[in-house]
Design a protein around this ligand. Structure first.
Ligand code: MSS
Length: 366
């Protein structure tokens, strides 16, 4: 096998042996490394950057970072120092790349072949977007979307719309959104969007704009390519069109994190099976586990702290495993009654894979 790629300098503080480095801008957590504590340590949180990471100079003087707010009754700019004085909230969310699970698509869509590790459950702290809107006299009339713009410097001589990381989401997304400056109790690292990041609980990774420089309420979606043609559920084999559904709210999903085939020798008998489950914008309500590939199911129990509806829950069930091969799968249901499906929703770019069959773990018991 080829030697594993090293961590890029901006991410050299990650736990190297827990990560799979696909490229310098796509780094995922190994399935074996989620652990059994609900929070994913920052050192193990995946990284996905669509553009080169900004210079570390932007986190040298965090308080000087400026956010422009538009599409409100009183448009204004605020420094991070001013934002800190406007209020504080803390929310635990699952941050998951839209393409997590793409590696299980037999059609091999282009893009990073993420398995399960382009996801983590982390705590963000910052000012509620609601407080910001209030300070700006409310959302201007006729606005239907919240649009966030990333602060990356774009190369000269190219149409900015072709590269800029700018995403629009339904206006209601502002309700629980925050502008975060802290991750898991520490100043937000550059790799995760420091000094300031838009967190939209329950929405896929791409909507959580790093190094946010502009938050706008808009009547239409941005014309940026990443919105217009990127991150849409497009029929397999088709070109993306702005009429295809955008990747916004995450669907209900779960996966097993232990035991795994490469965990060493498993011996026959009672076996603790565990994993994580979440429901996107809804809390997860139920997880069932099967040790026979989905023929018979057993209700799992949740363990560990409940960090709120946007966090994942850890689940476990103890089942007797006989000698031989077993296919372990988990199936989650959210409080809205959505059940994790057996099959993935086929789509051209490999987004939103929540198929329980695709996330099966094969173990061999001695
Ligand atoms: N933001 C910005 N500004 N830039 C970029 O690139 N990316 C996305 C988000 N945000 C970006 C942003 C994506 S795409 C994702 S996933 C996320 O982010 C990630 O995160 P981290 O922190 O983990 O790295 Mo897919 O859906």
């Amino acid at each position: 096998a080829a030697a594993p790629k090293p961590l890029p300098p901006f991410a050299n503080w990650k736990t190297a042996d827990a990560m799979i480095v696909h490229s310098s801008s796509t780094i995922e957590l190994k399935r074996s490394a989620f652990g059994s504590s609900v929070i994913t340590p920052s050192e193990k949180l995946f990284i996905r950057n669509n553009l080169p990471t900004p210079d570390a100079a932007i986190v040298a003087d965090r308080d000087a970072w400026v956010l422009q707010v538009e599409g409100v009754k009183k448009p204004a700019s605020f420094s991070l120092k001013q934002l800190r004085a406007m209020g504080v909230e803390s929310v635990t969310t699952v941050l998951q790349c839209s393409g997590n699970g793409r590696g299980f698509f037999p059609s091999k869509p282009s893009g990073t072949p993420w398995q399960v590790g382009a996801a983590g459950c982390v705590v963000w702290s910052g000012v509620p977007v609601k407080a910001l809107i209030e300070a700006c006299g409310g959302v201007a009339d006729g606005m239907a979307f919240m649009t966030g713009t990333g602060g990356e410097k774009l190369p000269e001589g190219v149409d900015p719309k072709s590269l800029i990381v700018e995403r629009s989401m339904p206006l209601k997304a502002f309700e629980d959104a925050i502008l975060a400056w802290e991750l898991n109790g520490s100043p937000l690292p550059l790799a995760h969007g420091g000094p300031l990041r838009l967190i939209v609980p329950g929405y896929t990774g791409v909507n959580n704009i790093k190094y946010i420089k502009r938050l706008a309420f808009t009547s239409t979606q941005t014309e940026a390519k990443i919105q217009k043609h990127g991150y849409r559920i497009t029929a397999a084999g088709q070109e993306s069109s702005p009429n295809d559904p955008s990747v916004w709210e995450m669907p209900v999903k779960s996966w097993i994190t232990a035991p795994l085939a490469d965990n060493g020798e498993l011996s026959a008998g009672q076996t603790v099976i565990q994993g994580v489950a979440f429901g996107g914008v809804h809390a997860v309500k139920l997880v069932e586990v099967s040790a026979d590939g989905g023929k018979s199911w057993h209700k799992a129990r949740f363990f560990g702290p409940d960090m709120g509806k946007y966090a994942w829950r850890q689940f476990s069930v103890t089942l007797p495993l006989s000698a031989g091969a077993h296919k372990l799968v988990s199936r989650a249901t959210d409080t809205a009654g959505n059940v994790q499906p057996e099959q993935r929703l086929e789509n051209a770019h490999g987004y939103n894979n929540n198929s329980w069959a695709d996330h099966a773990v094969s173990v061999t018991v001695a």
